[in-house]
Design a protein around this ligand. Structure first.
Ligand code: PEP
Ligand code: MN
Length: 355
């Protein structure tokens, strides 16, 4: 990490970046009002820090030894508003701001009518952002893969519905990109790109999505440790996109016998991640529990754990959903979840921010 002097000139910054490139690394430039900080992307052991410290305009040059430096608190210490978590703005919605944010909608978009009915319901329930899967990651090739999998035309049609529903009910929209070939298309229609748990390790997909310059909701793989999760989030940041919303969605359950939950919701990961990075952390109580009767409790618990919001699957009639009906709640139930979460948040927020 190179910290430039407050009066460093653009030429001096350019020179430092050139020197970084000459040593085979890339530079992440963060320009604050008062100072510029340059993060190094690549093997920092190749950098002669004493040489860099002596360059004109440089105040300090130091090695940061974590696999996720660009998203670390240590790096952000030199930004404006140091010590505060990052607030990601999507339209008028602020993720990571004071209020918890609720992303809701169907697991999969099934028809225009289904999507619009759910969109209206979640909006009335108090949701801020509309979700809906168009390319679904599924364990069986024989099950419904999402409308987008039928072809380009079908994908565009479903994406158009999503955009229209968002417009009509005044919510930004999010959908998952399951592979690199979908990135350009999906980015044309949605406000936030979702990278699902199964793709957490796909660094080419991460880089391609990051380059779209839109916020990325990044889900933890069910077998990934926290350090691994953050290390892969760093791939997005390394492309110059720090609008990363992290999402805990459950890890593989342990032990023999029936688990009673689809995954194990790792709620301690929320404050643990917050100690490491300034990025906001959301929780998905739907995929983690796989049970609609656990959503209320685990949503409340997630907010109590300090999550910046939740992603919840909703359907007006879960029984008829093509995917994940067992974990979907109704818009009426969502209203209760949101109301309880908001009350909990109000109670604990001042204390949580002190820790
Ligand atoms: C989803 O949110 O639609 C989804 C498939 O979740 P995950 O990637 O966490 O399994
Ligand atoms: Mn689902």
């Amino acid at each position: 990490m190179i910290i430039m002097k407050a009066d460093a000139t653009p030429e001096q910054i350019k020179h430092v970046v050139k020197e970084i490139k000459r040593h085979g690394l890339r530079a992440d430039i963060s320009r604050g009002e008062y100072k510029t900080v340059i993060g190094l992307i690549g093997d920092e052991r190749k950098i002669p820090f004493t040489h860099f410290a002596a360059l004109p305009g440089v105040r300090e040059a130091m090695m940061v030894e974590t696999p996720y430096k660009l998203i670390s608190w240590e790096y952000s210490r030199f930004f404006e508003g140091a010590g505060e978590g990052m607030v990601i703005k999507v339209g008028s919605i602020e993720i990571g701001g004071y209020e918890p944010i609720f992303i809701a909608g169907p697991c999969a978009v099934e028809s225009k009518a289904q999507l619009f009915k759910i969109a209206e319901g979640v909006k009335q329930a108090g949701a801020h952002i509309l979700r809906g899967g168009i390319f679904k990651p599924r364990s069986s090739v024989h099950s419904f893969q999402g409308l987008g999998s039928a072809g380009q035309e079908e994908a565009e049609e479903a994406l158009t519905w999503l955009r229209e529903a968002g417009k009509k009910f005044e919510m930004p929209v999010i959908t998952e990109i399951r592979g690199e070939t979908q990135v350009d298309l999906v980015a044309e229609y949605v406000d936030i790109l979702q990278i699902g748990a199964r793709n957490m390790y796909d660094q080419d997909l991460l880089a391609k999505a990051a380059k779209k310059g839109k916020p990325v909701l990044f889900k933890r793989h069910f077998g990934a440790g926290i350090e691994e999760f953050l290390s892969f989030a760093e791939y997005i940041a390394a492309e110059g996109n720090k609008d990363i919303i992290l999402c805990e969605r459950g890890i593989i359950p342990i032990g023999k016998g029936k688990s009673y939950t689809r995954y194990t919701l790792d709620l301690a990961a929320v404050p643990a991640i917050q100690k490491e990075t300034y990025l906001p952390v959301l929780v998905d109580p739907s995929h983690s529990t796989g049970r609609r009767d656990l959503i209320f409790n685990m949503s409340c618990a997630a907010i109590a754990a300090g999550a910046s919001g939740l992603m919840i699957e909703v359907h007006y009639n879960p029984q008829e959903a093509l995917v994940d009906g067992q974990q979907m709640i109704t818009p009426e139930e969502l209203r209760d979840v949101i109301s309880a979460c908001q009350r909990i948040h109000k109670l604990i927020a001042p204390e949580i921010n002190k820790n």
